[in-house]
Design a protein around this ligand. Sequence first.
Ligand SMILES: [Zn+2]
Ligand SMILES: [Zn+2]
Ligand SMILES: [Zn+2]
Ligand SMILES: [Zn+2]
Ligand SMILES: [Zn+2]
Ligand SMILES: [Zn+2]
Ligand SMILES: [Zn+2]
Ligand SMILES: [Zn+2]
Length: 1831
Amino acid sequence: VQSDTSPECMMAALLLRRDKKSTAAHLKSDLNRTDNSSGVRQLQELLDSVLNPEKPPADTEALDWCKCLIAGEEGFEEFCKTVRSYDNATLCGLVWTANFVAYRCRTCGISPCMSLCAECFNNGDHTGHDFNMFRSQAGGACDCGDSNVMRETGFCRRHRLRTGENVPSVPRDLLLMSEMVLPRFIICIIQYLRDGYTEPDTSAERDLQKVLQQLEPQITFLEELTKMGGAMRTVLTKILTNQQTFKDLSMGQEENVFAKKNYENYLSALKNSGLVSVEEKAQTGAAEPTRGSETGALGLLGAAAPSSSESNKEDQDGQSIGQRKRVKLSSSTKDPSIMDSLKHKCFLEELLFWTIKYEFPQKMVTFLLNMLPDQDYKITFTKTFVQHYAFIMKTLMKSQESDTMSNRIVHISVQLFSNEDLARHVTEECQLLDIMVTVLLYMMESCLIKSELQDEENSRHVVVNCSEALLKNNTYWPLVSDFINILSHQSVAKKFLEDHSLLMLWMSFVSFFQGMNLNKRELSEHVEFESQTYYAAFAAELEACAQPMWGLLTHCKVKETQEYTKTVVRYCLETLQIWFDAIGFVDELAPNQVTFHLPLHRYYAMFLSKAVKCQGLDLESLLPDQEMLMRIMVHPLQIQASLSEIHSNMWVRNGLQIKGQAMTYVQSHFCNSMIDPDIFLLQVCASRLDPDYFISSVFERFKVVDLLTMASVHQNTALDGEQERPMLEGALTFLVILSSLRIHLGMADDEILRAEMVSQLCMNDRTHSSLLDLIPENPNPKSGIVPGSCSFEEMLSAVADFKAPVFELGGSMQQGMYTPKAEVWEKEFDPIMVILRTVYRRDVQSAMDRYSAFLKQSGMHTTGNPWPPYKERTPLHPCYKGLDRLLHCKTLHIVIFTLLYKIWLDHSNMSEHVLCMVLYLIELGLDNQVEEDKGDEVRPSEHCHDSWFPGTNLLSNLHHVINYVRVRVPETAPEVKREREPPASTSAEASNFGQNVREAQVFSLVAERRRKFQEIINRSSTEASQAVRPKSSSTRWVPPGTPPQLVTEILEIHESMLSLLIKLHQKLSAKQNSLSATWLEDMDANPNRHAHGDGITAIERILTKAATRSHQSKRSIQEICGKVFPPVAPKKNSPTAKKTMDKEERRQRARERQQKLLAEFASRQKSFMETAMDVESPDTEAAMDLGASEVKESEVLYDCVICGQSGPSTEDRPTGLVVLLQASSVLGHRCKSDEAKKLPTTDEERIYPADTCGAAHDVRLALMQSFFKDSSCLQSVSIGWDGGVYVQTCGHTLHIDCHKSYMESLRNDQVMQGFSVDKGEFTCPLCRQFANSVLPCRPGRSTEVVSWHMPSNKKTSVLVKEVEDLQEQLGFFPVSTTTESNLSKEMELVIKDIKNTTQRKYMDYGKNPGSPDNDFLFMYSVARTNLELELVHRGGNLCSGGASGAAKRSCLNQLFHVLAMHMRLYSIDSAYNPWTRLTQVPCVVPYSCLDDERPDVPMLFRDCPSLLIIFVLTMPQPLRKEHFICLVRMLYNLQYTQALAALSAKFSPEERQAWSTSGTLKKCPFNTICALLLCFLSQLSSSVWSPQSIEYSLQQFCLPYLRLSCLLQHHLYGDNLSGCPEEEEFSGLAGCLGLLDPAPQPSNPMYSASCLDWTVSAFDLMSQWCSEVTGLADTQTLLVQDLQWASPHLLHLPDNYNTIFQYYHKKACTACKKVPKDPALCLVCGTFVCLKGLCCKQHGICECVWHSQHCGAATGIFLLINASVIIIIRGHRFCLWGSVYLDAHGEEDRDLRRGKPLFLCVERYRVLEQQWVSHTFDHINKRWGPHYNGL
Ligand SMILES: [Zn+2]
Ligand SMILES: [Zn+2]
Ligand SMILES: [Zn+2]
Ligand SMILES: [Zn+2]
Ligand SMILES: [Zn+2]
Ligand SMILES: [Zn+2]
Ligand SMILES: [Zn+2]
Ligand SMILES: [Zn+2]
């Protein structure tokens, strides 16, 4: 309250009281005057009192005032419209939040982040582009019109035309008021924000959400303003960026206490905004940062680096090291001012500041982003954002809701940094790169721990702690993603690469990840807690290290950028050196440790690779000295050895997670950032280091050195026995990979892509998307838009064939697959690449199995198991030629020799795989010769193994014969004994013995490696003239004390590699002298023979190669082959040795056997299915068609599938059929038209349900009930069109008591079965089909059957009488209820089951619920439903004849029997028995004279098929066929009369008159009757009829009755259904039923009439029937009924899924009026429902389930709009069916993740419809689950 009474104040008070609108108008005119000072003053005063920040913001009075003032005299809405008409924006800029559906086109995008709103996308032309739809996660904005982000060709029509540029300029006065009012409004909001803010650490209650909620209307208003288009945005930009306004309004108003207070609040909030807060700065001082405290970590931001004395001090202070370690960043000092606390100069800056403080409220974000189309704003805003960047990340780290906040941050930053110009601009002006790198460092610093790698005690290296929330929750990703985003711009990346201090800083950042997540092998006990930190570690290395690396590498592709690469390489090496020093690594690795994270190594490797491959740099100039190379080699090599250890189960005690790491390391998303660089780096090392040293290091690291002895027994200190073989295999495989892989050593990018693709396809057939996912991203981006890169699609079509999607019978939905072409298998299958890329070991086997299958199929190799083919390699890039020396070194040759020897002698732990790899190495050596290096020979020759081989060349060493070898063996070894007694040989040899001992060779790998290492060290140390070597503890190299029990023995060998190979050939082929002396000559003829084959082929190939390349070898081979060998050594057959050798082979055989068994089993199961469903089988025939004429004299026998016994079904021990009862509305959904209804996709289209069969019958029944007696009505119709019960069987039978105990056992079975035993559900014990009841079989002898069939010559009238008599017996049946047998009990039980199958409402059609009439109607309708459904399954008619597939599932005969038993409970009053009225002219009571009750239904309105079923079911069983025929005949009379009546009702009076006298009609024997009938009825119609059309429509009217009768006869009496052409169906059926002489009567076209057979005067009877209907209302409606229905269809779907999606994904539900979160669509009727929505839940049932009950009687088929998938609901269960929409590659896209265009797969949709119509969802689909009414 103010006491001021100045006139101005009065004026304001006056204005306030006036109506807002007129005030606004008044002020506006004042302001428009030339002298507007008074207007200005008045406005200011008004605003002073209106916009008072002391008022609570919830009071919207102020907001209303602002709106009015801005709008002036016209309303606000009107004003908005006007302003919008001046919108001059040329960009779309639409901002969206999470879950919005947007598009991305890679063809049009310049930035990979480009995105479009649906409207712009659909209005642009992207045909043939690589685009996809996606659901936004972090929110985004439309880039249409922004040529910085996307190509102009992709702009939509509107933004391409730049319509905005032609907009007239804005009239001055339109926005005048806005310019004046809005600054005040904004400062008011700011003041609220200032006032409401409290720091998180203050004790005061902090509720930022509440503050925001109160401000909601104000911020919404700001957002509304931004949507008014360019004109308003210009005004806002001016206000937001004007420094003067800010100055004036922000801190003035000293007199206002409130304003002052919140300004102070603002200042204090500001103080904490930098990375270094003001207090911290003051504390740390200028130059000397204090250490040890919290702020120590921030020292890197200060100017000074910690001095060395300080780090010494830290070393002593053990505790501080344990927790934190400050990083040395001496040269990294960047301008610290960038991290200073903030100073604001305009509204925008402060608004952003508060946006951050309030943790990015959605509305504020949208407001700030909506302004972006204004270019001036965009630039200022970007700068402001960068200015606050450090502060943003600091807030993020502290936030509780970091996920949401991350999304909002990226939502903003991606709009700013995707634009190269803008990004470069802020990089140059605002030091964006420095800020980002510094903040990254700052972030990671918060979670550093001391590295335990190598020297746990004294390590000075620090690594990130992967269990910290920052890493586990990936909190750093917004920052990293921004960083990667800006590095994608060449200009920015160059800035980065040119800035050396930044690079240094970056390298120290990368080193935080070097050696993180260290694994220590557990040796004694299983680890208690399996740490899952490895996810965080792998993600961090990939995202924070590798991704930026790939980003930088894309800019180092040409010669011009050589310098960048050199710099990076230099800093990598420097940082690596620092790392080695810090962890205290000299030369020996600490045992049992491994880390998978070596980002520094990998940076070095990848830049090296690029330098050689693309920039033409000389490798030599980038390599360090030998010693450094040796060190660099150690850790990557350790990873390779550990991989092998992990797969050899040496790490089992560390739990499953270690396997997870091994798998992730090679997995497709990681491999080219991890294993590939590692292998490459090792290849580089191998090519430069001494090969003997390298080879021995490998075997030592793999711990198999002890194994490499010629002795038969050895000791191994490092490995358990069972680990030796896998580790040896691992070492050899690694050597093969190392020396054959060319990924970075010479392969071109498209060769690599091809190899990757081939290896993935060889493992398994792949879908397009999974292949895309499995191919590593680098070096080839997956979409082929980058100019010059080869296309994924082109490559795919070159190597693979497409297999179209199919639906398998078992129910699994096949997708479109790619499979390798035959020539790919033949020429390109590369087992080495497969091994490198397999995550699961079984995939290697799978590839080999597929390869074998291909060879067998193509006849290339048919015997035994083929070996992996040897593939020739791409030539090495000259830089890496040194790698071949690996294959030409004595050490390797000694190993090869030893292994060949051991394999030949069947030593333990040798395997086929070992031999395979050994041969591979030999072959590689032969194919990659090195030029003899003269320098090599200069070497001093005192080495202990030099006597093994003369040189290093493999070719010459191959034929070199080794005579004696000195080995060290345990005293117990067999060699010892043998050697003790000198060899009993010729004296000449004996004399030589002494000499031999001297020349015998001994070989020790370990000693070898150490010697070599020392040699190199010494050489380099002399070179570097360094006196002191690092503490290379040479004392540790002394071999461990030799176990005393070892003795040295000398083995007599006399073999060369060649001779061993030839012996192995004999061994493998199990033939002496398998190679004749002349075989080499034969070989030359056909060199291709060797491409594929087994081990024998491989040896032959090697021998041939050796022979062709060296004469000496050739001679040697011929010589050896020419010798006659003694019989094969006996030890070969020693059982124990045999065991080891053949282990692999036996395993393979076992696998084959198992597969064969499985296949057999599968085919057996399949044949079950076939017997059950399709194929005629005597067993099931007997069970199903009891009445079949084939049945012999004997009683019918049933097999019980549970106990296996076979016997008759008896009253005491009944047998039953396994049946599935289900309610069905399929019949009710039939329509008149054969065309499926179209699914509506616009608001105009609609589906009308009235014309369905179900609806039509409901109407008819209701109409009849309104005129006639209810009980009579219920006898005159059928129900069950909707919700009828369908009974089907798999055809298997069981004893009912066996079934009961089976159910009991299921109940006790705790395993989840997917069905509910309590509801009686089970699966057939034999065929596993789903079932829920058992239908008892009628006991019976087939003699009865025969008697039924007796032909009879009785006259019709006699039969009619007999039938009548039989019906008289209705009351007293022979099998009465008094003697209740087990059988009759079971029959009643199944009746109960049938009733429980459907809902009450589908049974109670009568007016009195629960009356027996209802029950009666339901019972006979069950029979009708099953007959009608069978008709549908047969295609709607009986023309095809015979037994269809569907008929095999039917059990109508048994069902009829059960129903008949039940129907005995009812009796029909004989007075009302329709039989009488059907066959006699009543003489007693005139029909209409009954009491006041409603009349019976007239005969002409009754449904003949229903009457037939009623008669059959209510007469004594079994019914004789002659009586059945009699029934059919009598009812045909009625049906025909109904047809005539219906027809005549359609005639015009004139026509009727004409017809009654016409001559044409005279041909008909009953013309008079017809004529008479026509006269009875007088209705109007205008159609013209001919005799042909009359006969046609009469037949059509009667056909449904005939079909049903015929089908019934088929089931009851087993009569065959004979097929016929469709146009002869009538006569065919009439003949079949005996209504018509079988002889054709072509002369009489009116043969429908000749089927009539009357026992009384037809004229009298028909007159009687007609009289019943005369004078009744609605006669025509009831007479003229259409009995023909088209076969049922699901809705017709559009071809393109987008049509459905666009219409339905944002459509509101008609029930709850909201847009559902999970919309779904009923494919039967088109109803749109809220899946899972609580909004539409009623009585605890969600809408989808509810609809399934009402639309499909508990069966529902729904399309989930947002997932493109179909789900099936069946009762209480549901299953995911799959999708009927597939992409161009025949693949589903569940949940629309890929967002590629989807098209209707007609075949699949047909399958779905087929399953629906045939009621086989339960049988075909697997994986059902309960839905608990929650769908
Ligand atoms: Zn747009
Ligand atoms: Zn557009
Ligand atoms: Zn495009
Ligand atoms: Zn049994
Ligand atoms: Zn079965
Ligand atoms: Zn529906
Ligand atoms: Zn709904
Ligand atoms: Zn709803």
